[in-house]
Design a protein around this ligand. Structure first.
Ligand code: URA
Length: 206
């Protein structure tokens, strides 16, 4: 199926406000239909550190900002522990609309497919080009593969400073939701410590 691409990043020079306004009407894939709104990146538009997640969740879809739900709260705790001020980073997602399926009254997260990630990539590229971060943290496989290509495996290369196709170094790590899904306290604490360690590597390097 082909999708209409009615919105594209505006011509250069441009800023985050212009990108956000243009992305509000994006229909480059089908996700806009069931989502409440486009959830564009947010934070310091000239941050040294950019963090990229997968896609907005239920709360983000309703509030219009990335990482304001449970995964965002966990991320904020981890950033604090790593000595990173959330107010001084730029937070965004590989995909800017919430993909979900209904289960009773709940809207359950569904992983975006490769076509949806590809359709959204021009927005991520434009954000990187405008913010010009010193380093990008890729949170989970969707973000990591959007930037580093489909063969990239977070499990093999997490916590390392690597060069990216954007000419900007990256550190890949797990998605904070994976820590929320840990089944017992011990494994949750271990996952959180490793996550904080990866963020500390990022904090030292931008
Ligand atoms: N998970 C993400 O990847 N991004 C958000 O904004 C929220 C949850």
């Amino acid at each position: 199926m082909r999708y209409r691409s009615v919105a594209q990043p505006p011509p250069k020079p441009r800023n985050i406000g212009q990108l956000k306004a243009a992305a509000a009407s994006c229909q480059a894939c089908d996700l806009w239909e069931a989502a409440t709104q486009t959830v564009f990146g947010d934070g310091d538009g000239h941050a040294r550190l950019m963090l990229v997640g997968e896609q907005p969740g239920d709360q983000e879809d309703l509030q219009g900002k990335p990482f304001v739900g449970p995964a965002g709260k966990l991320l904020e705790r981890a950033l604090n522990e790593a000595g990173i001020d959330r107010g001084r980073v730029y937070l965004t997602n590989a995909v800017k609309h919430f993909r979900w399926t209904r289960r009773g009254k709940r809207r359950l997260h569904e992983k975006p497919n490769a076509g949806q990630v590809r359709a959204c990539r021009p927005w991520l590229e434009a954000e990187i080009e405008v913010v010009k971060p010193g380093l990008i943290v890729l949170l989970g496989a969707t973000a990591a593969q959007s930037v580093m290509g489909p063969a990239f495996r977070v499990s093999r290369q997490r916590g390392e400073v690597l060069s990216s196709p954007f000419g900007i170094p990256i550190v890949a790590t797990v998605h904070p939701s994976s820590i929320l899904r840990a089944t017992d306290e011990e494994s949750r604490e271990a996952a959180m410590s490793s996550f904080i360690a990866d963020l500390k590597v990022a904090a030292k390097n931008p």
